[in-house]
Structures are given as C-alpha cells and as structure tokens.
Design a protein around this ligand. Structure first.
Ligand code: ADP
Ligand code: MG
Length: 240
C-alpha cells in the first residue's frame, strides 16, 4: 500500500528526515513512536505531499508521487489524515463539515454524501450530533467527527498524527476505540502516538523513530519486550 525509499528532507540546514525507508502492507497498522522533534510529523505530511521532500521515492496505492503525470489531488483523496487539532469549520454543522469536500469536489451528490456521513457518524457514535456546531462538542467528540470526515472520501489509507495528544484523558479511550474498530475492519493505518497501550494492542508493527531515522522496527512484542537499539531502550524506559 505504501513504499517509501530513502526519503530525505531538510529545513535549511536542519536535516529532519535522513533516509527513511518503509513498506506498509494493505490492512497493516503501523504505529510510530519516538521523541518529539524526531521528524514523525514531517514524515506523515510527506506521505500526502503536504510537505515537499528533497529526495527519495514514495509510492502510495500504486501512485508514484514523483511521477509528473500523477495527479496529486487524486492521490490525496485516497489518503485520510487526522491531526492533533481537529480543523473542523466552526461555522458549519458537523454534517456540513463532513459533506463539504465530497460535494465541492463533485465526488458525490449532496444526498449521497449526507447518507454516507450519517452512516459514518453512527459508526463513531455521534449520529445525534449531526446538526450541531463543532463548538458545542467535547474534544473527543470533535476528534471522532474528524475521523468520520476523513473516512467520507473512502480512503485506502489513514494517517493519524497524535490524534489523542490534545484530549483530556477521559476522552482518549473513545477516540482510540474508533481507531481500533477501523483497524479491525482492515483499514491500512499509520499512527503516530504516545499511547503505548494502543501500540501494543493494535499495531502489527511498531516503528521507533529518532533523529530523523527509523531506529528500530518490529512487532510490538519485539520492540517493547526485546528492544535491540539503545535509543529505543532509553525511550521506552522513560515512557513506560
Ligand atoms: P515530531 O513530529 O517527531 O515531533 P517534526 O516532524 O514536527 O517532529 O519536526 C522535526 C524537526 O523539523 C524539528 O526540529 C522541527 O523543529 C523541524 N520542523 C518541522 N516543521 C518545520 C517547518 N515547517 N520549518 C522548519 N522546521 C520545521
Ligand atoms: Mg509531531
């Protein structure tokens, strides 16, 4: 589903990605952990070209992002992204937020988009909130709407960048629950998170990212119980 080869990216003199290679299979859940500032967000943003990279190859769902014939907007439609902050439009209702992209991009009629949106809101437990403004929702509810909205375009892969980091602790479980359901339904997912419990329970593979490099990658058991790399051990000692 995703193949990344030797990806490099600098901001000025600051080399943030120093040669990242990663292959993610269809249906796989890859959880990325690692210290702040190590390049995890830059990597995720590179995957849908929210960030231009300097060198290396990214192929997503058969689309080579470097190919000039490739239509980046088409590729982006197959990638759902959920950020720490929800980016919902405050002046629109939950339902209007959800149907905006597919209707504006002429992917669906308003009726079709509304019917998918209602089914997705049902799935994240928020069907009764369709007609309220985001401002009246809790952080966890907003994030569940953001996930539902990302699913509206029927993505092939979902990228999550610390989706629960800005939430009050009591909201985290509901959002992780929605993500677990998605994983169980076979969605291909790359998740940056500090939720080690989620990583252990849901990840097919865990990536430890530090200093712009993948330092270690393996099953949750391998990375958490038998880390090989000193950096991984140090990090896990601090967070577990
Ligand atoms: P992480 O998500 O692991 O915390 P980031 O990818 O956000 O790491 O950041 C990696 C490094 O890149 C940091 O040193 C950060 O300061 C730098 N960086 C991120 N975005 C920008 C930007 N738009 N301009 C300049 N430097 C940036
Ligand atoms: Mg980040």
């Amino acid at each position: 589903m995703v193949t990344v080869r030797d990806l490099h990216k600098s901001y000025g003199n600051n080399e943030v990605l120093k040669g990242i290679s990663l292959a993610v299979l269809e249906g796989e859940v890859v959880v990325m952990i690692g210290p702040s500032g190590s390049g995890k967000s830059t990597f995720l943003r590179s995957l849908n070209q929210l960030e231009a990279t300097d060198s290396g190859q990214i192929v997503i769902n058969g689309w080579d992002l470097e190919d000039p014939k490739n239509n980046i907007n088409k590729t982006r439609e197959t990638i759902g992204m959920v950020f720490q902050h929800f980016n919902l439009f405050p002046h629109l209702t939950v339902l209007e937020n959800m149907i905006l992209a597919p209707v504006e991009l002429h992917k669906k009629t308003k009726a079709e988009a509304t019917s998918t949106a209602m089914a997705l809101l049902e799935r994240v437990g928020l069907a009764d909130k369709a007609n309220v403004k985001p401002g009246t929702l809790s952080g966890g509810q907003k994030q569940r709407v953001a996930i539902a909205r990302a699913l509206e375009m029927n993505p092939k892969i979902m990228l999550f960048d610390e989706p629960t980091s800005a939430l009050d602790p009591e909201m985290v479980g509901d959002v992780l629950g929605v993500m677990k359901d998605l994983a169980a339904e076979g969605m291909t997912m790359i998740v940056v998170t500090h939720e080690m419990g989620f990583a252990k329970q849901v990840a097919d593979r865990v990536v430890f990212f530090a200093d712009g490099l993948i330092q270690e990658i393996g099953t949750p058991e391998a990375v958490f119980d038998r880390p090989q790399n000193e950096r991984t051990k140090d990090f896990l000692d601090k967070v577990l």
